[in-house]
Design a protein. Structure first.
Length: 227
C-alpha cells in the first residue's frame, strides 16, 4: 500500500508575482528534506501547473506527518511588508502568508511511471477524489482510505486539526516545522529561532497546540498500521 498527497497552494493567484518564485522554491526544498530525512530517498514528487503538487509516499503511515509538515513550511513564508504591528503587542506578529490544500489517498498502485503525475492506480484515484472534495467544501486537509469506518473517523479529526493549523502564525509554524521534521527539542529550537525556551514552549504548546496535533498523528499511524 502507498500514499499519495495531492495538493495546491491556497489562493495562489493572490500571491504577488515577485513572491511566487520564493514560495515554490521553499516548497521544493521542503519536499527534498522530507525525502531525505523521512523516506530514505524513496519518495517521488512533482510540481505542476505552477501551484499544484503530488507526492508519492512508499510508507503510508508517514503521510499525515508529511502533509502537516508541508503546510507548516508554507505557513512560515512571509512576503516583504507582511509583518503587522499591534498596539498592545510587545513585538510585531508575523502572519502566515501561504498555505495548501492537502489531500491524502491510500491504496495500491497499478503503474509506477517516472513522473508521479503519469502514474496510475487506486492510490491516485483516492487522492484525486479527496482533493476534489477539499475544493468543493473549501477545506484544507482530508484523508481517504479503503475503510469507510476509518474514513469517517479521520474526517472528524481532519476538521479539528485543520482548525488548529489554519490559525498558526508564521512564527508558530516555523517552530512546528523544525520540531516535526528535524525533531528539534525546545532547547535546540531556542538556539535556531533565537528566542527563549519559554517562548518556544508557547509557540509549540499554546499557539501551536502541538499535543493535539501529535495525538492525531499517532492515532492515524495506529489506524493505518492495522489496515
Amino acid at each position: 500500500m502507498y500514499a499519495v498527497i495531492t495538493g495546491d497552494l491556497v489562493k495562489s493567484r493572490k500571491i504577488r508575482n515577485e513572491d511566487v518564485e520564493s514560495v515554490i522554491a521553499s516548497l521544493k526544498d521542503c519536499f527534498l528534506e522530507i525525502n531525505r530525512l523521512l523516506l530514505n530517498g524513496k519518495g517521488k514528487f512533482e510540481l505542476y501547473r505552477g501551484d499544484s503538487f503530488q507526492y508519492l509516499i512508499p510508507e503510508p503511515q508517514k503521510a499525515l506527518l508529511i502533509g502537516i509538515i508541508i503546510r507548516a513550511k508554507l505557513r512560515t513564508y512571509e512576503p516583504v511588508n507582511s509583518i503587522v504591528s499591534q498596539k498592545k503587542a510587545e513585538k510585531p506578529i508575523k502572519y502566515a502568508f501561504s498555505d495548501a490544500r492537502v489531500a491524502i489517498g491510500l491504496g495500491k498502485m497499478s503503474y509506477d511511471a517516472d513522473r508521479v503525475t503519469e502514474s496510475q492506480g487506486e492510490v491516485y484515484e483516492k487522492s484525486g477524489n479527496a482533493f476534489d472534495k477539499l475544493e468543493k467544501n473549501n477545506d484544507r486537509l482530508l484523508i481517504v482510505t479503503r475503510s469507510k469506518e476509518i474514513n469517517e473517523e479521520l474526517d472528524t479529526e481532519c476538521l479539528l486539526a485543520d482548525a488548529i493549523i489554519s490559525k498558526w502564525t508564521a512564527s508558530t509554524a516555523e517552530a512546528i516545522y523544525h520540531h516535526l521534521l528535524y525533531e528539534k527539542n525546545q532547547y535546540e529550537l531556542s538556539e535556531i529561532l533565537n528566542i527563549s525556551q519559554p517562548a518556544v514552549h508557547k509557540r509549540l504548546s499554546v499557539y501551536g497546540n502541538l499535543k493535539a496535533i501529535q495525538a492525531f498523528i499517532n492515532r492515524y499511524n495506529r489506524l493505518i498500521t492495522q489496515m
